[in-house]
Design a protein around this ligand. Sequence first.
Ligand code: BMA
Length: 998
Amino acid sequence: MRETCRSEIDLGAITIQNNKTTFSFSLKVKYSLSIIQSKMYFCFLSLVLVLSFVCVVAGDGCKQNWEVSVQDNVKFKLYSCDKKIGPFPAKIPGDVHLDLMNANIIKINPYYRFEEKNLSWVVQQCWVYQSDYFSLPGNYDPTCDLRLRMKGVDAVGIISINGQKIFQTVNAHREHDLSIPSSALKLEDNVLTIELQSALTYTKQQASQYPYVVPATENYNVWAEPTSRNFLRKAGSDFGWDWGPAFVNTGLTNGLILHQSANAKLDGMAVEQFLSDNMQHASLEIRVSLSVSDFSQKQLPLQVMIDGRVSLRSSLDLSTCKKMICMLNVGVVSINNPELWWPRGYGEQKMYSIQIQFLDGSYQSLTRNIGLRKVQLVQQPIPNTKSNDISFYITINNRSIFMRGANFIPIDSFHSRVTHNDRSYIFHAAAESNMNMLRVWGGGIYQPDDFYDLADKFGIMIWQEIMLACALYPRNEAFLLEVEEEVRQQSLRLGTHPSIVVWGGNNEDEVALNWFQSSQKNRDLYVADYSKLYADTVFPALMGVLGKSSITSSIVWVDSSPSNGLISTDPYVKIWGQASTAQQGDVHFYDYSCDCEDFRSFPEAKFVSEFGFQTMPSFQTYESVLSPSDYDVDSPLLQFRQRHEDGNNQMQSQIIKHFSLPVRCSSDTNDQRSFDMYLYLVGIQQSRCYETAMNRWRQLRGMDNDAKKYTMGILYWQMNDIWQGPSWASIEYGGRWKPLQYAVKRVFDMISLSISYLKTTDLKGKSSGLIEVFVVNDILDLFASAEIVIELKSWKITSNIKSETSLFFKDTVIIAPERSNLVTSFVLDEDTLSNAGCNFGTCYIKATAAIIELVDPSGKKIHAPAWEENVLVATTALTTMKDTELLSSPHAIFSNFHQVSDKTIQFDLTINVTSPFLFLEYTNEEFASKASAAEGVFGRYAGWFSDNNFVAEGGETYRIAYTSFASHITMDDFQKHLQGRSLQHVYDCNLPFFRPSY
Ligand code: BMA
C-alpha cells in the first residue's frame, strides 16, 4: 500500500555567502516521497528541507550541512521494556512520569499524599521510547558522517537504530553527539529506540562492583535509600533530598537533532576578558570549540562582529586540531571605554553581542551575548583579629559588593514541566526581595539557557556549582571522563554569561569527608579521590574552556562550598582543615538547638553561603496535597512528608522557646483551624530566625573602608520549594511567599534598618536589655541622611505610656556608604521601663528611619526617587512573644481599593489594636500549582504583597499593594480572596480572619 506524498514548498529567500560574494535567491523545491499509508509514514523530507541549512563550499566527498529536529518531525511512543505498560504517546522533551500522567496511567497528582511511594513502580521499570518509521532526508549524503545529537538523556540510555545498538549514555548533565554507523541505516523505514534503564538498578550495580565503599548522604524517610546516587551523573535530588521526594524519574529531557556536517561545526565560544585597572580598556580573547570531521581543510577564514560591527578578521587553522572536538584561538578584540555590566543596584547591565561569521560561507555563524566586568575574590589577612582571620569578599569592577541572596534548587521534580515563566518568576521575586545573587546548588540540574539570560538581564549574580553534592565520588576512568566532558560542555554553554561570577566545584563534598564512617577511618583514600576529581578533573576542564587567567580576572573559583580556598592553583593546593569556619572562607551554618532569636547564636563568618531553619508550607498550599485526616503535625502523612530527621521536633523546639503553641479548636483529629495556625506560626518563627541571623551578618559588614570587610555575603538556604512539604524554603511550591520572603525583602534592602537586642538577667533577678540600632548602607559612594526616631511603644495602645520618657532618640543622622553604621546603643532596665509606664512584657521598641536625601562625597544631592520619602521601620519585643501582653480581638478595616494596573491592586488597611506578624494572603486556589502534567509550576495568580509579616500598630493605616506576576487580577476576585491574620488568631479559635466587607 504505497502512496505518494507530494508537495511544493516555498523556502523563501536564502542567503548564501562565500568569501567573495553574497547573493540571495528564492527557492521552490518540488519533491516526491513514497509513504506507506498503513504505517502512517511521516513526510519527513518536506520538513527536513524546510529546516535544513543547505549550502556547501567544501572540498571533495561529503558536501552537505544540515540539521533537523527529530521530535518535531517524527512521533514517538513509550512503553515499558516488558511491554506490559503502553505503548502510549511520548512527549519530547519530557519524562516518563509526565507521559504516564498524560496517558492517564498515573491518575493522581504524584505530589498528593503518599503517591510518591505508590509510584515507585515507575522507577523499577525500564522504559522504551520508540520512534515511528522515518526516512532519511533527501539531502542525506552517505559520504558524510550522519550524527544524532541528543541534548538530554536522563540518564542510563541504550540508543539503537533499527535494532543496532549505537551507544549507551550514563550522564543526564551533558549532550551526546553520536555518529550513526551507515551499517545501521536504511534510506527509509528507520526506527530509533532509546531504552532507559532504572537509574536505581544502575547505581546499585555500579556501587556493588566498585572496589570499595564510596558513601553519599542518605536522606531520612526516603523510600529509595540507599540510592548510591553518587555513581551516576544525574540530579542528586531526583533520588530524594532532605526537602524533596524521590521519583528517580527518567526521560528524554531535551531535543534530538539529526545532522550532517561537511566539515567542522561550531559548538561554542569562550571569551576570556581582561579589564585594565582603570576599567578604560577591555581585551577579549576569543576561542571557539569546533566539532571537526574533515581535518584536511586547513584554513577557515572568519570575522568577529561586535554589536554588528566587524572588529576582527582572522582564520582558524584546522590542521592543528588533533581531536574531533577542538578548541581554537580566534584572536583578541579590544574595546576602549567599555560600558560595564554591573550587578543589580550598582549600575546598568550592558551586554555586547559577539558574532563569529565564517567568510567562505560554509558554516553557520555563532552569536553570544556577553557583559564586561571584572571579578575578583579577596582573601587577605584582616588586621587585629584574634584568630588571624582572613577576608572572603568579591569585588566586581574593583568595588566590593555585599552578596545578598539565596540558594536555588530545581523548581520541580519533573524538570521538563518547568517553563520560562517559572524561571522568570524566580528572578522577579529575587529582584523584588532586593537580592543580587543566587547559588545554583550542586545537587540539582544545570539550568537552561534562559535562566542565565534572565540573570544577566536582572543583574543577579550566579554562584554556579558543578552538579556534585553531599557525597564522595568514584574515581574510575569512565566516571571521571563523564565529569570532564560535562564540565567542558556546561562551561562552554554558560561561560560567557556575565552573571556567573562564581564557579564552584561542588556542594559540601569536602566537609562530607568527615561525615561517613568509611572516610573517617580511611581519610587518605578519600582525600586522594577528592583531589583526583576536583584538582585533576573538574578544575582543568573548567579552565580549559574559561581560560587559565579567568580566576584572577573574571570569575571566582571555589572547589567546594564551604571551603577555605586555595594556596595556589599551579600546583593546585587547597587550604585543608576545618572547611566551615568563621575565620576564613565561606560557611554553612546549621544549628537547630540554638536559640535562633539570639544573634549570638550566629558565627561571625566572612561569607555565609548557606544557613537556615525549616518550616512548612501555608495551609492554602499544603491543602492541595492533603486530605482532611492529615491536618495534624503528628499525622502519618505529615511525618512521612518530613525528610530531615527530627525536623518536626526541631521546628517545634524553636517555637516553644518563643511562643505558646496554638490552642486546639476542636477535639477532632482534623482540627483545621489549629493546624492552619500551626503552619502560620512555624512560618513566622522561621522568618524571625532568619531575620535575627541576617540582620546580624549585615551589621557585621566592615565599619572601615580598609581591608576589614568582615561578613560580606549571605546566601540563605533555600529560596524555592520542589514540592509542598517541610523545607527551608522562603517561596512555596506554586509561588506563594512565606512570611520569611517578606523579611528577606526588608533585611536585604540596600539601606536597611535593624535593631539588635540582648536581654540579660543578673544574679539578683533584675533584667536589662541592650539595644543597638544599625543602618547598613550598601549603596556605592552615596551618603544617606535620615531622620531616625527610636521609641518605646505599648503593645496595648490604651495603656498609659509617657511620651517624655519613651523617646530615646530623635536626630538626623548621616549614613555612610558601603558599611554598617551603628546609630546608637542604650540599656533598658526595669526602672527605665517603669518610668515610661512599661515593663518588658507590655512594651516594644520601634525604630524608624525616614530617608531625607542621598548625597555624594562632595555633598551634592543625588536624585534617587526610590529612596526619597522612604521610611524604614524596625521593631523588637523586649521579651519572648509568649511573655508579651497583647490586646485581644483585633479587627481590620480594608478601604480605598484601587486597581493600579491589570496585575496590581492597592488598598488601605487599618487595625484597631497592635497586632504582631500581620499576614495577608490571596487565597485564590488557582494560586496553587495545577500539579498536573501540564506545563508550569507557579500558579496563575502567584505574586506578592508590597509589605507583609510586620507588626501592625493599632490605629495606623497601611497602604499595601498586591501584584500578580502573570495574570490579570480583577477587583472582584481579589476582594473575595483576600484574608489576613495576626498572632492573636493563633490563640483565639473564634477570631475571624481579617477580610474586606464584601
Ligand atoms: C545543606 C545543603 C543541602 C541541604 C541543606 C539543608 O547541606 O547543601 O544539601 O538540603 O543543607 O539540610
